[in-house]
Design a protein around this ligand. Sequence first.
Ligand code: FE2
Length: 371
Amino acid sequence: MSTPAQTERNPLAQIDWDFIEFYVGNAKQAAHFYCTAFGFDQVAYAGPETGVKDRVSYVLVQNNLRFVLTASLRPDDDIATHVREHGDGVKDVAILVEDARAAYDMAMRGGARSVLAPTELRDGSGCIVKATVAAYGDTVHSFIQRGDYRGIFLPGFVEARKSYPNAAKPNLLFVDHCVGNVGWGEMDAWGEFYHRVFGFSQLVSFDDTDISTDYTALRSKVMTDARHRVKFPINEPAHGKKKSQIEEYLDFYRGPGVQHLAIRTDDIAATIDALSANGVDFLDTPDTYYDMLAERVGTIDEAIDVLRERRILVDRDDQGYMLQIFTKPLQDRPTLFFEIIQRKGSLSFGKGNFKALFVSIEREQEKRGTL
Ligand code: FE2
């Protein structure tokens, strides 16, 4: 079978992350939080002062990460409705492409729903082509074609730099993967969606025998582009004794959405120290996890005590190992969180850590009375 990814003409063969846009209740305060807690710098702004009457957006960058925080100035437009329904959350996981029209056409042929047909956005710095298709829940993917555009972000945005020299610098590098939670029995259909619409292939899958504790059960599959730049794991709940973390998410987000962004670092201990100094809260890990660690993962570069002190998790596969840790939810609802990940050869997603991790998440669920 020939898949779109195998043909040279695949317009999504050479892609990367472009930006992650959050819809939030108060973009000014959210921008301050992501800058001071996670070490971003503000670089651009759009709002009434720049001729955009119905919303404000702040653009934050750090290395190859770009976040856009957008809030409505109206009571009942799409942004306000999104925030009322979902709370603060990820709206657009935008993808950098060479040809947005071709990417959009391929997505349409694959059965995607159009949100924005290819549109040229222009200002004095050049032209960007943007097109948007719907994904799970109210989440969308924009295709961004930058060409030789020279502006700070997108037409309509002005340079508006603000940095926070007193915040510790975690040196976050880029998005490693972006995880979606979908409803009961919907994982396979969304995996198919990324195959048809993006030409992605399946990297790995987990079922409830891999991922279950007494209470939490889920199934997951990871879809990826050919170069493994853009990876979309998709989770669905599975039956356990009590309510799983995926169900809790679906209840609070009121449907499917982005569960976590995994962000790469090349020095996880220093990154965690900086984030902790900035007040970021991480999930705890049972102390017993570290008693068995050396036995389970073999020789690693890091001292076990360095990991134990910071509650960092480790997992090994046949290509190497990886280190990871998860923040607590980043907004009022227990929905979106971040993973900080450092890879040392491993391409995996920390299957060996699922159990320890879920025991920790269940403790938090118990505090919220949602287990
Ligand atoms: Fe992850």
